[in-house]
Design a protein around this ligand. Structure first.
Ligand code: GLV
Ligand code: MN
Ligand code: MN
Length: 432
């Protein structure tokens, strides 16, 4: 773990040290592990700290209507449209310190690097730390980038967390209002592009000896909620042959999800990551089980086919075991190609730094970039992480890799500036 004084010049070391600082209470809602859900106390403390770092780097900082932290480094002229650099500040339960946060810290370092040199651009740069990418609190993910991209659905505003706290109440506790949530939306003409640096969260870069990679596309995702309804009863008196055990049925369903996920191409994955058992006591046959299903693939049609197979398999199990099954689609994120023109700039920036041809890869993990693509062209830079481990406290990065990422980000912004045209478009359609 890296610890260092806050006041240093822009560096990868400082980005890593700041992620480490934010990995414990009061920036986590748990005392013994990192858990920073959207709109929690850890989230609030984190935003205060990030706002101070943004200000120190030469930005004005604000929290938008959805709870995102936004730092703005003005261009040569006020009101210029902005290049957005961002990622997320929330974490999964018992998560790592760099998932999301490192991209936000690299955004701040990138601005600090130019500010230290007194360089202003013909556009503004904004660094954005999204409040909810993981969906750790409410049943869907990427609520806050969807607010910024202006693609919220009506049902998103009616969400409640596992403790029954509604989005309105959670926002109120954060000094925000549900009625204004959608005001976080940005106008297309104000946003030139969105760029995100993120740890790979997989093993490819490390295995192939690359510090950095360029993302060509982000895999399609579905999130479902399955509710299995059986019959609860006395665990001592209800004969086995008479049971409609919701948990035994759900267990069989989990194995079906695993089997179908494993039967396709390597990038097809299917996961049951959460389960609640009712009434959940040792001496009662389970009467109801709710569980999540996450299905992803690089190609939307592959994901869709697997989801259809899962539905059929689960319905068969429900019929055979005489239990009820209610399957609800909670989230559909289509596969998202990154912008080819911006990705070319990012590849050139990586080449500037490493001298090697960049590794180009598809992201199986979801990112705010897939939502921001509705608003503006997007590009992503990946950094190697140790063992490909992520969503786990053992998540780790090398400072040298983060320094290389900072240099690639500054090279990208420099190249972006050169590509900028007075007409206000970064790249023409033909260039994309
Ligand atoms: C977020 O990290 C996701 O890929 O679910
Ligand atoms: Mn994550
Ligand atoms: Mn992430």
């Amino acid at each position: 773990m890296v610890r260092m004084p806050a006041r240093e010049t822009a560096s990868g070391l400082r980005a890593v040290a700041r992620c480490d600082d934010l990995g414990v209470t009061p920036y986590s809602d748990a005392d013994d592990h990192l858990f920073r859900p959207y709109l929690g106390a850890g989230h609030a403390a984190t935003l205060d700290r990030i706002a101070a770092w943004m200000t120190e780097a030469g930005m004005t900082a604000r929290v938008d209507a959805a709870g995102n932290i936004v730092g703005r480094y003005e261009g040569r002229h006020p009101d210029a449209p902005a290049l957005l650099i961002g990622s997320h500040v929330d974490s999964v339960r018992d998560g790592g310190r760099y998932d999301g946060m490192l991209g936000v810290m690299l955004g701040i370092e990138t601005v600090a690097w130019f500010a230290e040199r007194g360089h202003r651009f013909p556009f503004a740069i904004e660094v954005i730390g999204f409040g909810d990418e993981e969906g750790s609190r409410f049943p869907v993910s990427m609520l806050t980038s969807r607010a910024v991209a202006g693609v919220l659905g009506d049902q998103d505003l009616a969400l409640a967390d596992a403790a029954g706290v509604g989005l309105a109440e959670a926002l109120d506790g954060f000094g925000l209002e549900l009625a204004r949530f959608a005001d976080a939306a940005r106008h297309r003409e104000d946003v030139l592009a969105y760029v995100e640096a993120h740890i790979e969260q997989g093993p490819v870069l490390e295995a192939e000896g690359h510090a950095l990679g360029v993302v060509s596309a982000i895999a399609a995702q579905y999130r479902f909620r399955a509710v299995v309804t059986g019959v609860a009863g006395h665990a001592g008196t209800m004969a086995m042959r008479l049971r409609h055990d919701a948990l035994a049925a759900a267990a069989e369903m989990v194995l079906a999800v695993e089997r179908i996920g494993g039967a396709g191409p390597e990038d097809l994955v299917a996961t049951v990551g959460r389960m609640e058992v009712g009434p959940g006591v040792p001496n009662v046959v389970p009467g109801a089980v709710t569980f999540s299903i996450d299905v992803r693939a690089g190609v939307g049609a592959v994901r869709d086919r697997a989801a259809d197979e899962i539905r059929v398999a689960l319905e068969d199990i429900a019929v055979r075991r005489a239990v009820g099954l209610d399957l609800t689609l909670q989230q559909d994120l289509p596969a998202t190609p990154c912008d080819s023109g911006l990705s070319r700039l990012m590849a050139e920036a990586v080449r500037d730094v490493t001298g090697a041809e960049p590794r180009v890869l598809v992201s199986g993990a979801g990112h705010d970039a897939m939502v921001m693509a509705h608003l503006a062209p997007v590009a992503m830079l990946f950094l190697r992480c140790r063992g490909g481990i992520s969503h786990h406290p053992a998540e780790a990065v090398e400072v040298d890799d983060v320094q290389a990422a900072l240099e690639a980000m500054t090279a990208f912004v420099t190249r972006f500036e050169h590509t900028w045209s007075d007409a206000g478009t970064v790249l023409t359609e033909e260039e994309r």
